[in-house]
Design a protein around this ligand. Structure first.
Ligand code: NCD
Length: 313
């Protein structure tokens, strides 16, 4: 049984195949509209979500399948004390594939041990978010034609931002990536990401606190929200929340080919005035989330081979 809990659960070749399939889906969506007829996706969301849950649901519906689930822990038996393990056993009787978001790091991995259907981690605490990474990779691939050779600046809450952790884990499998980590010192990357992922890659990296000093070097600027819900006290959040605000003035320092990405939701970190700049691709990125989740569902359900072969003939 295949699951996607961590981006590394798929090899680089498998990841590239999902991205390629997602590219085809984005151009020929009609072709896929009955591929999951009779299949059910369950979305088990113990934490708030707009894009991830709805894009998963939209993806399954666009594949001709159906969807059930819950959007908060309060409306599930978790509020009565049911364990993730028991919920995973139950849901395996009701659905063919599951997307789970949980506030506890490791919860989807526990579910995967007890489920008899594929489990997809839709975000676990401050840990990982592998389907956002697929979305991000597809966005870079479509925008630049290649992921190799990019200089990427990751900016904001690098400590608690799970999208950043997963993206870095995936990017080190490409060629000649340069990393610039932009954050206040309280929100730098966790040590395990630097020691176990970034350093072993041998790719150049810098940790800086000023966005203005480095924006001119970047091909991709990946902005993130300061993760209010992971802070232990309100005071620290209030002090750090507006550490970076990307506006016209800072955009003027960026290359013409810069891609500004953000997993969304944004709070203050990108001024609304930037939305009209053609280099701002975060809404396209959200759209890509549907295509990539369609490709992932097909792939985990084992439907992808037939379709991909057909689409390549
Ligand atoms: C991100 C998440 O949930 O980690 N959002 C998303 O899935 N698109 C980023 C965030 O909440 O800041």
């Amino acid at each position: 049984m295949r699951h996607l809990i961590n981006p590394l659960d798929f090899t680089k070749e498998e990841t590239d195949k999902v991205i390629k399939l997602a590219e085809d889906i984005s151009q020929n969506i009609e072709k896929y509209s009955h591929t999951c007829a009779g299949k059910i996706l369950a979305t088990l969301f113990y934490e708030p979500s707009t894009r991830t849950r709805l894009s998963f649901e939209s993806a399954m519906m666009r594949l001709g399948g159906q969807v059930l689930g819950f959007s908060s822990a309060q409306s599930s038996s978790a509020s009565k004390g049911e364990s993730v393990a028991d919920t995973a056993r139950m849901i395996s009787c009701y659905a063919d594939i599951v997307a789970m978001r949980h506030y506890k790091e490791g919860a989807p991995a526990v579910a995967a041990k007890f489920a008899s259907v594929p489990i997809v981690n839709a975000g676990d605490g401050g840990h990982q978010h592998p389907t956002q990474t697929l979305t991000d990779l597809l966005t870079i691939q479509k925008g630049r034609g290649s992921i190799d050779g990019i200089t990427i600046g990751l900016c904001g809450d690098l400590r608690f931002g799970r999208t950043v952790h997963s993206l870095i884990q995936s990017l080190v499998r490409y060629q000649n990536v340069r990393f610039i980590f932009i954050s206040p010192k309280e929100l730098t990357l966790p040590d395990y990401i630097i020691e176990e992922v970034v350093k072993p890659s041998g790719f150049p990296y810098r940790e800086v606190s000023s966005m203005e000093d480095v924006i001119g070097e970047l091909d991709v600027l990946y902005m993130t929200r300061v993760q209010k819900e992971r802070f232990f006290n309100e005071e620290d959040y209030v002090r750090l929340k507006d550490s970076y605000i990307l506006d016209h003035k800072k955009m003027a320092l960026g290359k013409d080919s810069l891609m500004v990405m953000h997993p969304l939701p944004r709070v203050n970190e990108i001024a609304v005035e930037v939305d009209k700049d053609p280099r701002a691709v975060y809404f396209k990125q959200a759209q890509n989330g549907v295509y990539v989740r369609m490709a992932l569902i097909l792939s985990l359900l084992g439907i992808e081979n037939e379709i991909l072969e057909d689409s390549l003939c």
